[in-house]
Design a protein around this ligand. Structure first.
Ligand code: ADP
Ligand code: MG
Length: 310
């Protein structure tokens, strides 16, 4: 990232001092950005702002921007072993007359760039775990750090913004908008998070191409097979180049051949993009393909390890 910034600045024939004057960002901070030294403020929002300002100034379009940010995120978590760190998490749901303890003292660490399956019988808390790790839902107790950032301490607005920036989601039911074409579904979250329409469209087409649906971009969901719809959903999850992709039973609605196809795609993307994938599944064949399986029972993690060792 730093080299790219420095290269662009030099191509523009500018000294650091001139760039600093133009952007209003200090020489010291620009030098740090270029050197890839992260003696930058620990506030990720502020670093993001600096990067954005400098990248805009150097005419680097925003398509490549999230990837640098992912590098930055990586540098933030050097002190902690995993991109996802959950400690002593509790979550209960209060129904009218009783309380369901869906997660009981759950601790979990997920390494950056790994593929993790969360497995266990129906009702054991898999979806709840995914929802709280991704900040979709709040926890009652414990701590969750994503890339060193305390998710549990963020308010709802900040968590929402953080999710949009760093996380992608794939659900069992695909959750595509029926009235929108594939490319419109994929570009929607980009537009919501402020990308320019032209940029969003280019990026959406690029990602659809990557999941093998370049020739289906203008089809509506009901003109696509289940497997194709799930690939659109995967493209949508990947469009913002998130550091983490959460998938809840992504093959649950697919036949076994199509499941295999979708899984192969996830594995390939994981290798190519250095993204972390956390996949909830009760399908043992899915689990077998992952780097690691986390096994749950009745709201607790009861084991984890490599497939085959569980
Ligand atoms: P899984 O995904 O492993 O099937 P869930 O995480 O969906 O399990 O559910 C775990 C437990 O929490 C279940 O007993 C379920 O009934 C309960 N539960 C989940 N969501 C809610 C909710 N919104 N309100 C009340 N109980 C819930
Ligand atoms: Mg579930």
């Amino acid at each position: 990232m730093g080299r790219l910034l420095e290269g662009m600045r030099r191509r523009k024939g500018l000294s650091l001092q001139e760039a600093a004057r133009e952007t209003g960002v200090s020489v010291h901070q620009l030098a740090n950005l270029e050197n890839g030294q992260h003696e930058l403020p620990t506030d990720l929002n502020y670093v993001r702002l600096l990067l954005q300002v400098y990248a805009d100034y150097l005419d680097l379009n925003d398509v490549g921007f999230p990837r640098w940010e992912k590098d930055l995120i990586g540098s933030h978590d050097t002190g902690s072993p995993g991109i996802v760190e959950a400690r002593g998490v509790h979550k209960s749901y209060k129904a009218e007359e009783y309380t369901v303890h869906a997660l009981k003292d759950v601790s979990l660490s997920v390494k950056k760039c790994s593929l993790v399956a969360i497995m266990g019988p129906s009702g054991c808390g898999k979806t709840t775990l995914l929802n709280i790790l991704s900040g979709l839902d709040e926890i009652d107790g414990g701590e969750i750090f994503i890339a060193g950032e305390p998710l549990h301490a963020m308010d709802d607005a900040r968590r929402t913004e953080y999710r949009a920036r760093h996380m992608g989601f794939v659900f069992q039911g695909f959750n595509l908008m029926p009235v929108l074409s594939a490319v419109e579904n994929v570009e929607l979250p980009l537009l919501v998070s402020g990308a320019r329409p032209g940029t969003a469209r280019r990026r959406a087409l690029e990602v659809l191409e990557r999941v093998g649906l370049g020739d289906r971009a203008y089809h509506r969901p009901n003109q696509l097979s289940g497997g194709q719809q799930q690939r659109v959903a995967i493209a949508r999850a990947l469009a913002g180049d998130p550091a983490i992709v959460w998938a809840d039973e992504p093959t649950g609605n697919l036949d076994s051949d199509t499941s295999k196809e979708v899984l192969d795609l996830l594995l390939q993307l994981n290798r190519e993009n250095e993204q972390t994938f956390v996949v909830v599944t009760h399908d043992p064949t899915v689990g077998e393909l992952m780097d690691r399986i986390v096994r749950m029972e009745d709201g607790r993690i009861v084991g984890h390890g490599r497939p085959g060792n569980l």
